[in-house]
Ligand binder design. Sequence first.
Ligand code: HT7
Ligand code: ZN
Length: 872
Amino acid sequence: PSAIYLKDYKVPPFLIDKTELTFDLDEATTIVTSRLHMRRNPAFGKSTAPLILDGGEDVKLIGVAMDDYALPPEEYRISEDKLIITATADEFVLTCETLIEPQNNTRLEGLYRSSSMFCTQCEAEGFRHITYYLDRPDVMSVFTTTIIADENRYPVMLSNGNEVERGKTDEGKTVVVWHDPFPKPAYLFALVAGDLAVKNDVFTTQSKRDIKLQIFTEAHNLDKVDYAMEALKRSMRWDEETYGREYDLDIFMIVAVDDFNMGAMENKGLNIFNSSCLLASPETTTDDTYLRVEAIVAHEYFHNWSGNRVTCRDWFQLSLKEGFTVFRDQTFSADMHSETVKRVEDVSFLKTAQFAEDAGPMAHPVRPASFIEISNFYTLTVYEKGSEIVRMIHTLLGAEKFRAGSDLYFDRHDGQAVTCDDFIAAMQDASGFDLSQFKRWYSQAGTPIVKVKDSFDEATGTYRLTMLQDTPATPGQPTKLPLHIPVRVGLLDEQGNALSAELNGVAAKDHVLHLQSSEQEFEFSGLAAKPVPSLLRGFSAPVKLHYDYSSKDLLLLLSSDTDGFNRWSASQQLAVNELTTLINQAIEGKKLSFDSQLVHGFKTLLNDETLDPAMVALILALPSQAYLSELANPIYPAAIKQARQHLKSQLAHALSADFERVYREHKIQGEYQATAKDIAHRSLKNIALSYWVETNSELAQQELVAQFQTANNMTDQFAALSIAVNSQHKQAAELLAAFYEQWKEEPLVVNKWLMLSASQEQERALATVKGLMEHPAFDLKNPNKVRSVLGGFGQSVTGFHKADGSGYHFLADQIILLNKRNPQIASRLCTPLTRWKKLQPELSVKMKSELERILAEDLSKDVYEVISKSLA
Ligand code: HT7
Ligand code: ZN
């Protein structure tokens, strides 16, 4: 397989003004007839270029006609899945009849079946698996879709836009016609047909238009869509108030499907969701999932403007819509709940997973320069780092100018397919702020390292910060240029009071420094003594910051910083420092011993009733195995696990009484509510329980079992179960079995059970995971189940990183099995294997040999790209 390059972009030689599609749906074969109203693109220049339409190996061409003249076989050819027609007029109607078999579509791209329904997934290049088309985002067309099906089996037939006609064929089949007046690329096309139940609602826009809202699911799930519906209405209101964006069609529909490769899809007027990201009820859904449902409903809705009305010119620009929309959904969630808690969660995820990606063989810029398979570039870099770029623009411009920039962007480019440069230009034009150096964030991969040194001049009361920036080499980018990095800074005195200091003639307690050179100095005046700096407040840039904080400084920041994010950050740094010592002891085979400073810090927190319990819970959570692995080089997985366990146990024993008290104090009486307040209490209560149980107190063990048995909500029940499993409670196996018995009819709960079962730390972890893949609850066709079992297994240090390499071998087997069946899922499963270079030597060679074994197979483009780049 070969790569395609951003530098080779050319406008399309043809345009499609109107697309008329007819789907004759049937269990065995589906016939798709397309009528494409095409013309040569004046922007391409005068040309006689042939018409080349994208298709797929699973699309059988029945016939093709131009202006109703059926083309004989010598006037067209099919080569490498493309339909090539050499001679065309300047303007014509092309008719294609194709046959597809959705029931055999295991890739879940294009039109496929999930349970008893038909559904589509066209982003990025799924439409070409439906019919021949110019399947690229800069070809925007007005779609009319006719669906013909047996109404008994498919009473609900949906597509984009508005339903404009309904009737019957001579054979008694039902015909429904949908028309979407907004031109769109094929990746936003959608079709759903099935026997579905619906929840209806109405949203009145700011201009007083009534929008019909509908959520469709299988009938037995209809009681789980209320939360998503409320989240949708909150999102619609928020986008009006925050960005001035109103919904445009008269109807907005969401459909839940069980088999879906990703979380959800923003098809115009007809969002399709993985049911795991839409359905929610107190008994079956944890707090985390409630928040996830809200965020994803918002994300897909926000795409209506950032993605649909203004779309991407080409797939290299993916972050134009994804980075911006993630920023929008993160801000929305922050506004709905707690800004600091949300920021901590997002940054923690970024620093764990995106930083690891940016340091690995698949590292790429937010706007990649090339790819083999675009599906591999729906990455944390494009989404999460892309969002950080937009957030930095917000920091640099301030809220008002940022809004002016987004208004200009939407006005200027409504109905167009544009680039990241267009986005920056709108921000720059509306604000007058020079973003020319800042733009490098889009093209330069890797996580910048910012080293900070300081000095204080007592004679003048001047405090000097010296900052050095450096971005490490990444594949294909050996050298890097300095970036424009906004570093938000505050200063504290010895007692933890916020200090006002003068920088460039401006006195303030909080400054945004513009770090633009590889080395730069910033001078603060008006200080009586050397302050403690609070650096990178709110994580103002996605960088790795190095400053030599003493434990005393970190404890001061933890207890006193006015920036909530940096209080958390200080606690993490303290824990990382202590864990690093313990990890090194474990690597050297020494007995672990360390007198933790965190005991004092945690004690203060556990006894301070003025604090937000959610923040306390976040601070109490030790840095994860995954985050510590990202920081380590080489990674010793078992040593990290041992160190974490040791520290947790030490803290638990030292603060046992505090944890018990906090556990009891934060129990909520009454009905479950997914509010920020209740979620906060539950999170603190459950983390306190996880520590208390570590002390092996008989009472704690009993409380845990009681919570499991009596909880009125899934958050508490599943927390108790997870704690039992992770602490190797003597009743863990019994509780796991009871949980399955209780929930075996609820597939989404069973997925949680599969994941927890697969992640167990036990000698026979591999046998367990193999057993789970044979379990009646498992289904290789369902991506959620595959992710649960194999994703869970990846978390089991004893299982996945077993010294004999059997864990890696097993994962490689599954990748090979899924490679052809579902390339997107197979490719995503490769991620843990891409870290082989950083692993401890004995494990590294074993992992590498599994990559080589996979590469010897006949691979899909998706898997080939990840494996070959990992070995390069
Ligand atoms: N824009 C959507 C991306 C997506 C996707 C991409 C590749 C393969 C399958 C997919 N399903 C959805 C989701 C989003 O970011 O909103
Ligand atoms: Zn998105």
